[in-house]
Every structure is written in structure tokens, then in C-alpha cells.
Design a protein around this ligand. Sequence first.
Ligand code: HEM
Length: 145
Amino acid sequence: MGSYYLWLKGLHIAFMVTWFAGLFYLPRLFIYHAPALDAPSRERFGTMEYRLFVIMTLGAGLTALFGIGMLLVNPALLGQGWFQLKLLAVAGLAVYHYRCYRWIVVLRSAAASQDTRWLRWFNEIPVIFLLGGVLLAVLKPSFGS
Ligand code: HEM
């Protein structure tokens, strides 16, 4: 593969990092937002969450753009088990990304709640996708094929 492929890969990884920066920090904001009692704080959290979501979506889009760029150069990857599993992980990440948007909408009109247990579990989920996605992409397990 020419050096342009490595440029695509480097940009792919760089924007993947920006995507995950948002995926790790946004749910943390939800945990502070949910129990906040005063309207100015809730307003401020809402603004921070929405702006971070926009940046995070940009990171996701550019990760996919450079990933698809590499796929167009190297379509044989689609036949490899590790890559199919990675795309499954990416599909899961897309659902998680959408759930984050739903939480922004819900918290905008919700009353304060001191029960943030689910949000703390929700905050941990991206770790699984990050480890899974990176280890699959770097180790490229052959699953016996
Ligand atoms: C959004 C959809 C995505 C697509 C279409 C995609 C596609 C690709 C492709 C085609 C490669 C090149 C594989 C190679 O030539 O060896 C690649 C590499 C890589 N991807 Fe993705 N990817 C996506 C998302 C992700 C995510 C979410 C992560 C992290 C969790 C990730 C982490 C990586 C890493 C670390 C590499 C470099 C692997 C290496 O060369 O060692 N990708 N990706």
C-alpha cells in the first residue's frame, strides 16, 4: 500500500481518538447534570453537552470517512473475520452515540434526579468498544481461517 494509505490510517486513528474523547466525557457530564437543582447549572450542562456532541459527531464522521477510504483501497478486508467483528463493534458504538443524543434531549426537560447509578454504568461502556476495536484492528485475529 502506498504512503497515502498510511496517511488515511493515521488520520483515521487521530479522529477515532477525538470521537472517544467525547464518548468518555459526555456521559460524565450527564452524571453531574442529572442531580443539578438550579436552572442556570442545568442550562450550562445542556449547552456543554450539545457542543461536545457536535464535536464528537464530527470525530465519528471523519473516523468513518478515512476508514471507508482505506476500505476502497483495500476491499479484501471485508472478507476478514476480524474486520467483520470490528464493523459489528462500530455498529454498537453508533447505537451508543445515538443514546448519548437521547440523554441530552431527556436531561434538557427532566427534573433533577439523585439516582445516577445507570449513568455511571453507561459511562463505562465505551472502554469495552475502545479495547475491542483497537485490539481487533491491530492484532487482526484470524479465527482459524
Ligand atoms: C467508523 C467505522 C470504521 C471503519 C470503516 C474502519 C475501517 C478501518 C480500516 C479499513 C482499517 C485499515 C486496516 C488495515 O489496513 O490494516 C482500519 C484500521 C484501524 N482502525 Fe478502523 N474503522 C472504523 C472504526 C474504528 C474504530 C471505532 C476504532 C477504535 C475503536 C478503529 C481503530 C482502528 C485502528 C487502531 C486501526 C489501525 C490498525 C493497524 O494498522 O494496526 N477503527 N480501520
